[in-house]
Design a protein around this ligand. Structure first.
Ligand SMILES: *[C@@H]1O[C@H](CO)[C@@H](O)[C@H](O)[C@H]1NC(C)=O
Ligand SMILES: *[C@@H]1O[C@H](CO)[C@@H](O)[C@H](O)[C@H]1NC(C)=O
Ligand SMILES: *[C@@H]1O[C@H](CO)[C@@H](O)[C@H](O)[C@H]1NC(C)=O
Length: 145
């Protein structure tokens, strides 16, 4: 069951990556003056980190066929690197909420499952690439187990 899920997530990610018109060569044309930096540890409660974690969980929800939404439950580690924008690298735990996908979609107000049958947590490694000056982001990597 779990394996099938993760496979689904991967397929979806590959597809959305290929459909994404916002490709690397465009970025380089736009901004070749930015020097890439080394990844730096950043506070897990940094607003940018929280936003990045939310982006990755939204991607997870879009790519799985669970009837419930998942939400980030704990950000274990966060790194950020300047790569034509900001690339966040997160170790994040996500857990199933009581909110159904086809219902309300505001994750902030969704509580986690308390029912033992339905409660589930995944550990994910996620990379979220944010281009602030274009108001764009992509989630090129999302691995959960
Ligand atoms: C290039 O990146 C810098 C930030 O590092 C930004 O201030 C600037 O607007 C960018 N230039 C373009 C053309 O996007
Ligand atoms: C997920 O899907 C919703 C609507 O289908 C969309 O608004 C949102 O941007 C998507 N999020 C990601 C991270 O792909
Ligand atoms: C937990 O969820 C299962 C599956 O939906 C359901 O059958 C069961 O009644 C629930 N248990 C409680 C205590 O709500």
């Amino acid at each position: 069951m779990r394996a099938a899920w993760m496979l689904l997530a991967c397929c979806c990610l590959v597809l959305s990556a290929m459909k994404d018109p916002f490709k690397d060569f465009n970025l380089q044309k736009l901004n070749s003056s930015v020097k890439p930096g080394f990844p730096k540890t950043i506070k897990t409660n940094d607003p940018g980190v929280l936003k990045a974690a939310r982006h990755s969980v939204e991607r997870f929800n879009n790519c799985t066929n669970d009837i419930f939404l998942f939400k980030e439950s704990h950000i274990k580690r966060a790194l950020v690197q300047i790569v034509k924008g900001l690339k966040y690298m997160l170790d994040v735990e996500i857990a199933r909420t009581i909110c159904k996908k086809n219902g309300q979609r505001n994750l902030d107000t969704c509580d986690f499952q308390t029912n033992h049958t339905l409660a589930q947590t995944f550990s994910c490694y996620s990379e979220i690439w944010v281009i602030p000056w274009l108001h764009k982001f992509t989630v090129p990597v999302l691995l959960c187990h």
